[in-house]
Design a protein. Structure first.
Length: 403
């Protein structure tokens, strides 16, 4: 950080418009020109390799690369002495919802903020590491340290598996199943160069931060540290996902509220798929005499990288026959408004077959009558329900995409 600060100061002093008579930089003037996208100032920054590397974003467009000036990042760097006095973070020691860096109670567009959100937690994995003070690198003020941290590392502690079990690792190809042991943040960034945008599915089971699990970092800022820990890993996980990829995150009730907001921010709320509830126990044994409510569930939050491209492949689980499906569509090949329904028991007698064979032979003809939960269905279904009440002898059809 010191190297970049020193070099940037020397670079900016070349522009006499932003210096006083003693060559002291005028931060307000720099900010003013930055907000105006002043071309001479931008050209000056582009002339320096480090400034170009840290304050410009490279985007590919057809056959050319385009550089975009990250003015917000540059302004924060220039003004860090004012808004980061003796600190590594720009956020207050509190957790709350913010918009445009202001804490607020009510607004449509809000994100979760916490101390050290704008940092990278190095995060060791050994027991000895858990006793030390955490090392936080601010994303804007410590770019050199973060670059070194995220540089690809040589991975040596891994195992290779296939259907026949574990094998000695002699070479690696894209179809291998590998278990890598170590600092997962460093491992993810080491894999990023080769696997960016190629991963179909990511499942993570992070520490739940219950006080009894493997997360023992920083008692003073434990909650903020956990959120930083998760943010660092979720961001790189998103980079690894394919455009039609999906991530599953398992958690319990200790952090699910904050984690949901964090996932909404990183993956965007419109890419949320579902939350599954996993039964992890029952109120039996010592839990049965617990004087307080008993937690018997965990949760899996699922997000797509791009929900419009994500395609769900239905999975089926075998179950016993539901006797409520007791009707048979006699003329299934006709238009649905002409269908005739008969008891399935009559069909079984006529065809002299059992129910198991009927299910295998003509499952699409076996149906049931049921009243939908009006509050639990969508607008189109509600319209058909309302319409059916006025024409109770008529059959209506609601078609589903991909079914």
């Amino acid at each position: 950080m010191q190297n970049l600060t020193k070099e940037l100061k020397s670079l900016l002093q070349k522009d006499k418009r932003i210096c006083d008579a003693n060559s002291k930089l005028l931060k307000n003037k720099i900010t003013e020109l930055t907000l105006k996208h002043d071309q001479p100032l931008i050209n000056l920054l582009l002339s320096d390799k480090k400034a170009k590397e840290h304050f410009f974003i490279e985007k590919k467009s057809k056959d050319q690369n385009i550089l975009i000036f990250d003015k917000d990042k540059f302004i924060k760097f220039v003004n860090n002495k004012e808004w980061l006095p003796n600190s590594f973070t720009s956020f207050k020691n509190k957790i709350g919802l913010i918009s445009d860096n202001e804490y607020l109670k009510e607004k449509k567009d809000v994100v979760l903020a916490w101390a050290y959100k704008d940092c990278v937690l190095e995060g060791g994995q050994d027991k000895e590491d858990q006793k030390r003070n955490e090392i936080f690198y601010n994303e804007i003020l410590a770019p050199n340290e973060i670059d070194r941290l995220f540089e690809p590392k040589v991975l040596t502690n891994f195992k290779k598996y296939d259907s026949d079990g574990e094998h000695k690792v002699e070479n690696i190809n894209n179809n291998d199943n590998l278990i890598i042991k170590g600092n997962n943040l460093l491992a993810l960034h080491s894999l990023k160069q080769k696997y960016r945008g190629k991963i179909k599915l990511i499942y993570i089971d992070p520490p739940y931060n219950t006080g009894n699990d493997s997360f023992h970092y920083n008692d003073k800022f434990n909650h903020s540290t956990w959120l930083t820990f998760m943010k660092n890993r979720l961001e790189v996980a998103k980079e690894l996902l394919k455009d039609d990829g999906v991530i599953f995150v398992q958690i319990d009730n200790s952090e699910i509220g904050y984690l949901s907001i964090l996932l909404n921010e990183i993956f965007e709320r419109n890419n949320f798929i579902f939350m599954a509830t996993v039964e992890r126990g029952a109120a039996t044994g010592h839990k049965a005499i617990n004087p307080t409510p008993v937690n018997v569930s965990e949760y899996i939050l699922s997000y797509a990288k791009n929900k419009s491209q994500w395609k769900y492949k239905p999975q089926y689980k075998r179950r016993d026959y539901d006797s409520a499906y007791n009707l048979y569509i006699e003329n299934f090949e006709k238009a649905y408004h002409n269908w005739i329904f008969r008891p399935i028991s009559e069909i079984l007698k006529e065809k002299k077959i059992k129910m198991e064979q009927a299910i295998k032979t003509f499952p699409e003809r076996i149906v049931r009558f049921a009243e939908p939960n009006y509050e639990g269905v969508g607008k189109e279904t509600r319209k058909l329900i309302d319409l059916s009440k006025t024409e109770d002898e008529k059959i209506f059809c609601q078609k589903r995409n991909n079914f």
